[in-house]
Design a protein around this ligand. Structure first.
Ligand code: ZN
Ligand code: ZN
Length: 215
C-alpha cells in the first residue's frame, strides 16, 4: 500500500490517473491520493473527490481519497465538511520550530491525535534532527493519546520516519500503521521499500496495518 501521494491538485506533477497507473504497474494492492488541503477551494475539493472516485471505480486496485492537512497552532486545518467526503485524513506539521522547541511539535501532534477528523499522523519526527528529539516521556504521551483515540501513524519512506523503536511500540499497543511514499511525481508512487523494511523488522503483520481488510 501507499497512502500518501500528491497530484497536480496540489504540488505534485502527475495527474490522479498517472498515480493510479504507476500503482498498478508497481503491483500495489491499495493506493491513496492525499493532496495538500491548502490548495483546495470547496468547489475544487469536490471536483478532486469526484475525480479520484470515478478513476478508482475503473482501476484494478482500490483507490482511496484522502487529504494531507496541516497541524497549526490551533490544531489540524481540516473541517468536518471536508472530512465527511474523504476515506482518511493525514495530519502533518509543516511549520518550522527553533532548536529545542520539540515540545511545541509534540503539543501539536497531540492536538491532531485528539481531533475527530484525523486518521493518520504524517511523517512523525522528520524535523527532530533540527528541533531536538523528544524525551521518552513525551513519546509515551504521544503513544498514549494515539492509542486512546485510535489514530494511526504513517511510516514515511521519503523522510525515513518514525524510527524502528517507535514502530515497535505502535505494534505492541495496537496502534495501526500505513506505508507512505509521499510521492510528488508519478514515478515515486509505490516507493515504500523503506517503510516495508522497518515494518517487517519491527515484527509487523498484515493486521497491524490500517485498511488491512482491503489488501
Ligand atoms: Zn507533509
Ligand atoms: Zn505529503
Amino acid at each position: 500500500m501507499d497512502l500518501h501521494t500528491h497530484t497536480i491538485y496540489s504540488d505534485g506533477i502527475g495527474s490522479v490517473i498517472d498515480n493510479v497507473n504507476m500503482a498498478e504497474i508497481r503491483g500495489l494492492r491499495l493506493l491513496g491520493i492525499s493532496d495538500h488541503i491548502h490548495f483546495f477551494t470547496p468547489s475544487k475539493f469536490l471536483k478532486y473527490v469526484n475525480e479520484v472516485r470515478s478513476i478508482g471505480r475503473e482501476a484494478e486496485i482500490p483507490v482511496l481519497v484522502g487529504i494531507e492537512a496541516n497541524i497549526t497552532e490551533n490544531g489540524p486545518d481540516v473541517t468536518e465538511d471536508f472530512a465527511k467526503h474523504l476515506d482518511y485524513v493525514i495530519a502533518s506539521v509543516h511549520d518550522w520550530f527553533g532548536e529545542g522547541e520539540v515540545y511545541r511539535y509534540i503539543e501539536r501532534i497531540k492536538l491532531a491525535l485528539m481531533d475527530e477528523n484525523v486518521t493518520i499522523i504524517g511523517h512523525f519526527g522528520n524535523v527532530f534532527p533540527w528541533i531536538g528529539y523528544p524525551t521518552e516521556e513525551q513519546i509515551k504521551e504521544v503513544l498514549d493519546v494515539a492509542e486512546e483515540y485510535g489514530k494511526a501513524f504513517e511510516i514515511s519512506s521519503r523522510y525515513r520516519v518514525p524510527d524502528l523503536e517507535f514502530v515497535k511500540m505502535c505494534i505492541k499497543r495496537g496502534i495501526k500503521l500505513v506505508f507512505a511514499s509521499d510521492a510528488h511525481r508519478p514515478e515515486d508512487v509505490g516507493r515504500v521499500d523503506w517503510s516495508i523494511k522497518v515494518f517487517e523488522k519491527a515484527g509487523g503483520k498484515k493486521e497491524d496495518l490500517l485498511f488491512s481488510e482491503m489488501i
